[in-house]
Write a protein of this length. Structure first.
Length: 96
């Protein structure tokens, strides 16, 4: 990509489970020319959602990383995952 940006996309089918009910393990990342990850969508580990008062503890596996922030990602389908990823990649690359 321009200015040394590069992406990595990995996905594989796994048996559906409580943590991966859609049966897809994935990792989509955007890196700068220094190999620093700027953006990542994955479900490699659990992320605890921020709780509101009186709300139960909820752990999600689908999430995204943006710089140092990690936030839940609402996985809908492989197509929407790719669309969301590339939309955000275009925003980040356009900011540089």
């Amino acid at each position: 990509m321009d200015n040394g940006y590069w992406t990595r996309i990995e996905a594989w089918e796994v048996p559906p489970s409580r943590h991966v009910p859609h049966g897809i393990r994935y990792c989509l990342t955007l890196h700068d020319r220094y190999n620093r990850r700027l953006l990542g969508y994955d479900n490699a580990h659990a992320v605890q959602r921020r709780r509101r008062r009186f709300e139960g503890k909820r752990v999600v596996w689908d999430h995204k990383h943006r710089d140092e922030r990690v936030e839940p990602y609402a996985f809908d389908s492989p197509a929407s995952l790719l669309e969301d990823f590339w939309t955000e990649v275009r925003k980040i690359v356009g900011e540089a």
